[in-house]
Write a protein that binds this ligand. Sequence first.
Ligand code: SF4
Ligand code: SF4
Length: 409
Amino acid sequence: MDYKAKLGRNIKSLMEYRNDAWKCVRCGLCRMGDPEDVDGQDFIDNCPAGTTYGFELFYSAGKWDLIKCLTAEPPEIDEPTELMKKAIFTCTGCGRCQEVCNYMKGLEPMNAFQALKAYAIEKWGIKKEHNNLVQSILNYDNPWMAPRRTRAHWARKLDFKLKDATKEDVDILFFPGCNASYVPEIVPTARATANIMRSVGIDFGILGEKERCCGSTAFRCGAFEMFEKYKKQNIEQLNSLGIKTMVTACAGCHSTFSHNYAGDLDFEVVHVIEYVARLIDEGKIEFKNNLDMTLTYHDPCHIGRYGDIYEAPRKVLKALPGVTFNEMKRIKQSSMCCGSGGGVKTAYPEMALSVASNRLDEAKEAAGASTVVSCCPFCEINLGEAAKARQDGTKVVDIMELVEQAMKG
Ligand code: SF4
Ligand code: SF4
């Protein structure tokens, strides 16, 4: 048994999880935050799928039961019901269940549920909504059906020219990813990051129109086969650059390159929040502007539980002048997912928004903050939409934008 299994890494075929399915004792601990970390019962619930639908099949124990039925010989289910499919594809892959269960019993529920998605696609076909994402990655190198030639348009508003890493030698590659390249609400993150790196004298480049999706979206939906093919071309392209460090602006890119490309890349992969925390430690960043705000931090699953990056964002936020930083109740390993991951935002947008709204309630009630800061575009898009729908003044902001503002004189 692997008691230190990485989230989303080394996922086996569903049959190989058959024995594990019988070891789930339905203790239910994986549907909660750790009582040591979560103060009080108001926000103790965790599993976003189970919490939303309030039905056993949507929690880990129910999905293990489904795995038992599907891996029986002969299988006890030929044709799944719509409810079963929904239970499989509303798992956001947040990793909370595995965080608890791997430590206690050596099981890997979230990895098994990823294998369950892949099995479902193989047997019953891909969901229409997910197929659109996957086809878009294959045809456009991004999940948004946006043309390749506009991928670097985010950089047009910078007042300096970025190096083209496909033509010029650079040690550091900035990889904004599909969201920061194309999604208008997230594009400022790419510009803020480029401005910060430039202002402290870092010599870096981008891939521009040649940048390709990391493939995370396809992998999280369970389209493993397509992901593996796509990944090969990325490995070839990225290793040919001769870079030493890739700085990603996206939590999804970071966890995909770190876990799903593990051992295949010839350079280190660093999320921009770790990179900026390093620059602060080295005394290279000087803050001149008082931000005068109260905020809280939402740990993205793909930075927190997947990446064990908990301290760097807190260090950066605490270094910002004029910031009052309050923690929410569910933080770090017990953080609550924003509700968007695993293809849920695309296929079950109502669930994604309801989970996000619940998280914003927590920010307000538990942390007294109307500004929620994060460092993952998927979280920011989903929490941002939920904030807009509430019309109560809640704002969702990326850390890099705050760092940039605080650096301005
Ligand atoms: S998956 Fe693990 S933590 Fe969750 S109910 Fe089963 S045994 Fe308990
Ligand atoms: S990964 Fe998250 S959403 Fe999926 S079953 Fe586990 S706790 Fe629930």
